[in-house]
Design a protein around this ligand. Structure first.
Ligand SMILES: Cc1cc2nc3c(=O)[nH]c(=O)nc-3n(C[C@H](O)[C@H](O)[C@H](O)COP(=O)(O)OP(=O)(O)OC[C@H]3O[C@@H](n4cnc5c(N)ncnc54)[C@H](O)[C@@H]3O)c2cc1C
Length: 377
């Protein structure tokens, strides 16, 4: 039976980032990942560059585009452009590259990964975790990190996060070429997708397109609308393969740690319920997870409770407002667009939200009051 300081279930962005942060602090870490290798990650890769500070690895090789403008449209017209120059930039990173470089750096630092392996049972014996896998191997650790993503089985098992998780439905695809999206702009397209929106984020030579619905679990299987959206991004003839994913979105302040166990990233239900941002909370939670485990292992703290507090303060408070904005905006999208996006001051505020300079909490009260006092036009 092999022993580690920390075992991490799930080798996605949150799992590998937690492993990297822990390995930099000198701990032995094992990642258990159920998939062999993923050639394509259904993620558009948009992130605030300010998040670099939460990862002890230079991300520059994974950046495909530095975004200068954010374009908003209502049914392919009524454009609003937010200028990001002057704000700290928004990056488009290629997830396959970023995830691989985080894993490579972790392995260099002594992290071990086993894949494809499924965890079958987790028990605690003499205050240590015993993790039994389908390979019949048993691993032991002091601490356990749950990083098994939006379809997490283990977060519920340990009662971490909301009892009833909430999901956004998404479809993603990658097309060759950029259509009519400038190489340094992202586009948010409202009005086609009920209870949600579509987005187009440019890589160097291809475009990440996504469609998402955020309330009522509305489905995205209307092919006519989907094609209309793709055409609106400047593609006439295209064949495409889509991937459907359910994204576990933030749904209230909850405990995300237990005794010597904590959840990070999507498994902890941290994804932004308004814009589906999940990279930022994955990096933030991985950073604080490693810090809090380090404090326990080095005798500076007795338990992981501070982890839940830190995530709720640094992320949850803003998401509580993001959720309220989403519930109103996606129910009354036309009014939302007119009052939330088309206002003179909106582009600057949106730029500040995307770049991480402002939180939903900073803008929400005024936005919600405006949305609630006007009827759908
Ligand atoms: C279409 C789409 C577009 C997106 N675009 C953006 C964007 O532009 N910007 C942004 O900030 N966020 C975006 N996101 C969100 C972002 O991709 C996620 O929040 C992020 O990937 C979460 O990382 P994670 O490591 O927590 O989960 P995941 O990346 O899902 O990793 C979980 C890992 O755990 C493994 N696993 C699962 N179960 C088990 C198990 N039982 N045992 C072992 N391993 C297991 C999985 O195979 C996987 O490798 C998008 C999401 C989608 C779906």
């Amino acid at each position: 039976m092999k022993g580690f300081d920390v075992v991490i279930i799930g080798g996605g962005l949150s799992g590998t980032s937690t492993a990297l942060n822990l390995s930099k602090k000198g701990y032995s870490v094992l990642i258990i990942e159920k998939e062999k290798f993923q050639a394509y990650k259904p993620c558009a890769g948009g992130m605030a560059s300010s998040m670099q500070k939460f990862l002890p690895l230079d991300m520059k090789d994974s950046i495909e585009s530095k975004i200068k403008n954010v374009e908003f449209r209502w049914r392919a017209s009524d454009d609003v452009i937010a200028d990001l120059t002057g704000e700290s930039p928004f990056w488009i990173i290629k997830r396959e590259k970023l995830d691989q470089s985080i894993l490579d750096e972790s392995l260099k630092n002594g992290v071990q990964i086993i894949r494809p392996v499924l965890v079958e049972k987790v028990t605690k014996k003499n205050d240590k975790w015993e993790i039994i896998c389908n390979s019949k191997e048993i691993y032991k650790s002091e601490f356990l990190v749950i990083a098994d993503g939006s379809q997490s089985k283990w977060a519920g098992h340990f009662k971490l996060g909301p009892k009833t998780p909430k999901f956004a439905n998404t479809i993603s695809l990658r097309l060759k070429g950029l259509g009519d999206i400038p190489k340094d702009a992202v586009r948010f397209e409202f009005g086609f997708i009920k209870y949600g929106f579509a987005w187009a984020f440019p890589l160097k030579e291809s475009l990440n397109i996504g469609l998402g619905t955020f309330i009522n679990n509305s489905l995205l299987n209307n092919q006519t609308i989907n094609k209309q959206v793709i055409r609106s991004f400047g593609f006439d003839e295209f064949s495409y393969k889509t991937i459907n994913r359910k994204l576990r979105i933030w749904n209230g302040i909850h405990q995300i740690n237990g005794d010597k166990v904590l959840a990070v990233g999507d498994a902890a239900s941290l994804c932004d319920p308004f814009l589906a941002e999940g990279i930022r909370p994955s990096l933030i939670s991985s950073y604080y997870a490693a810090e809090c485990i380090d404090n326990c292992l080095s005798g500076k703290a007795d338990d992981l409770n501070i982890y839940t507090k830190k995530i709720n303060n640094n992320w949850g408070k803003s998401m509580a407002w993001g959720k309220r904005i989403a519930q109103i905006f996606y129910r009354f999208p036309k009014t939302g667009y007119q009052l939330g996006v088309k206002r003179k001051t909106a582009p600057k505020r949106i730029a500040q939200i995307l770049s991480g300079e402002m939180s939903y909490e900073d803008i929400a009260k005024r936005v919600i009051r405006r949305l609630l006092t006007k009827r759908e036009i």
